[in-house]
Design a protein around this ligand. Sequence first.
Ligand code: GLU
Length: 295
Amino acid sequence: MGATAIVTRFAPSPTGLLHLGHAHAALTAWRAARDAGGQFLLRIEDIDPTRCRPEFTDAILEDLAWLGLDWDGEVRVQSRHLADYRAVLDALAARGLLYPCFCTRSDIAREIAASAAAPHGPDGALYPGTCRRLAADEAAPRVAAGEPHALRLDMAAALATLPTPLTFREHGRRITCDPARFGDAVLARKDIPASYHLCVTHDDALQGITLVTRGEDLLPATDLHRLLQHLMGWPEPDYAHHGLLTDANGRRLAKRDRAATIRELRQAGIGAAEVRQRAGEGTPPQPLLFLEPGD
Ligand code: GLU
C-alpha cells in the first residue's frame, strides 16, 4: 500500500436493521476504497446504550457479508473504547476548552424562552451559555459531588485558537467552515462520557481514514469535526458526502421503512446483486438519479 492509499469507512449505529440507504452508504465507501486499491474499515458507533443493541451489530455484519462487502482488519466497536474518548476530553479540559454543564433540557428551554434571541444551529437551538458563566469554584464542587453534567466545548475559546478560518475538502472543492453555528456543543453527554462528534473524529484519526464518505445529512457536522481535528492536531481527511436514497414519494429512507431493510429484501428472495443495484451501486456518485440531494 503506497503513502497515498485511500482508507474509507462505514460507521453505522446499531439502532435497527440496515436499510437500502445504509447499503448505499456502505457501497459508496467500499467502492471508493476497492477501486483505489485502498482499505475499507467497519466501525460500529454504539456509544448510546439506550438506542443501540448488540443483535443489530450482529445483523449489520451479517447483512454486509451477504451483500458481498468485505472489510479490512478488526471491526472497531466504540462502546469498548470509552477510555480513549475520556483521554480526549481530559486533553481538551486541561486546555480550558471544556466546561461542565448541569442544565436539564427544561432549564435550557426556559432560558431560551426568556431570551430575546434564540439562534439555532445544525443540532437545534444553541445553548445559551448558562453554565459557561459559572465560576470555577462553584462548578468544581458540584462535579466532585457527582452532580450529573455534560461537558461542553467553549466555542469562543476554541475559535480563538484558529489562526485562519478552517476549511475542508468536499469532493475536491475547498469549503470554509463555520463551527460557531454549533455554539457550545456537547462533547460528553450527561448519560454517556462521550458524544457522536467526539468519537467520530477521534476514530477517523485513529483509524487513519483518508476519505470520509457519508450521507449529506452529516455535511453540516463536518464544520465541528474540522474544529476538533484542529484542536487535537489530528489529520484532515477528505470528505465526499453523498445524496440520500428516497422512497417512491421522495421521502428519505429511515428506519421506520421496514420494507426497505436488507433483511426483508433478502427474505423475500431478492438476490444480493439486485439489492446492491437498488441501493444505487454503479450509478454516478453525485447526484444519483433517484436521489434528492438536499432532501
Ligand atoms: N454513526 C453515524 C450514523 O449512523 C454515521 C457517522 C459518520 O459517518 O460520520 O448516522
